[in-house]
Unconditional design. Sequence first.
Length: 496
Amino acid sequence: MAIEIEDKFDVPVDFAMPDFAGVPGCEEPVDMVSHRLVAVYFDTPDLRLAARGITLRRRRGGDDAGWHLKLPKAKGVRNEITRPLTRSAKIVPPELAELVMAQTRGEKLVQVAELETLRKVTSLCGADGTRLVEIADDHVKGTVFGEDQHVERWREVEAELIDGDEGVLKKVGKRLRKAGATPADTESKLARLLGDRIPVGPVQATAALDPDSAGGVVVAYVASQVAALTAQDPRVRRSEEDAVHQMRVAGRRLRSALKSFSAVITETTGIQDELRWISNVLGEARDLEVIRERFAAHLDELEPEVVSGPVRTRLGDDLAEREREALGRAVEAMSGERYFALLDRLDALVVNPPLTPLAVKSADVTLARVADKSWRRVVKRYETAQAIEDAEQREIAMHDVRKAAKRARYTAEALRPLLGDEADALAKRAKAVQTVLGLHQDGMVAQKILLEEAERARQAGEDTFTYGLLAGIERATAERSYEQFPAVWAEVTGAS
């Protein structure tokens, strides 16, 4: 996978390419190289990938022939995943088809268009010969397949960053614009060719609401988190670093928002239940990842003489294998109808949200009350917990305090663009409570896993001394967090 950063320009057929000699940081331009590229694009019959700015193609010719999947990351920036050419020109490689399942949701991928491009490439290099920017002058013939098959022709220019900084790319773009090129109206050749055939994506189809209204603020935030969740889907399937965590956080933020803003957007209980389900599905792999890294750090801090037996293998490789198995179960769930149905419901929620009469009210007043209420909920949960005499039951109740603090934090972060410093202050208080109580929760979970692994080691006849030592460290960490909590609580509530 590579990150593609490029600027695209529309130019007339008789456009004269400017001279790129003397671009700061570049040597003389390398002679032009010509290619004939033929790319066939795949999508669902209703163009679900194109609606979300995703392109999937099989290309012949040039230096990078093969299968290309481009996933949008930011404006002008896309993640590009490549695979070698396969014998079949009509069947998408399964590993690429899986990465777009959050969009296809079981629909078949078919050929929707073909682009034949005559390309002339000019390279700008650094003093050491490194290619910094490539400028592609493309004469394009595009064919749309299907009942209304037709052909279009045009010319465009692309400037792609290869191994330089974005400042060089901006200077190249400035010369192109000065020569008469204009920034492209579309982000890809395919989007230009398909034009109005591409349906409006869910994020773009967000309900037209006053951005200063309570409904406008809430729906915009919900849409951003739906986009964040689906953006992490292919990263989870590829087992990329921190992907499970980020997808889980997006789901939690969504569920928290639907709870906190229920006075503005209603009838979402079913969606909340399904978001809890997918969070739990991802949670097993995430918890094992956190615990494995936690144990590795502890073992590195111990003196070598107290690390006995194959403890590193059990708490490293063995937990990593359990993590991979848990991730496999998560991906399997993400390839099923229940998950696809959740994504459909989230799209519908963004496009046609069930709003209450409060949605048309001013956001600054209406939603500020929600933020205040979220913090009062934390205080109330704390007071309830402290009134419980039984220590074990009180500990369980403090777990509810942690969850309330997390919800208050997410609520405040959602309202940061609206409330500014007030939201920042609330988020900071809530995070402090969540963090210290989270240390206790993590310590308890770690002790449970240590007991399980120690029992496996014992049955295998291995020395279990180090497991007991680590369990003691985790127990001390959990107890210390409870000892620190009163001071943290006093600070965030202003109590003496």
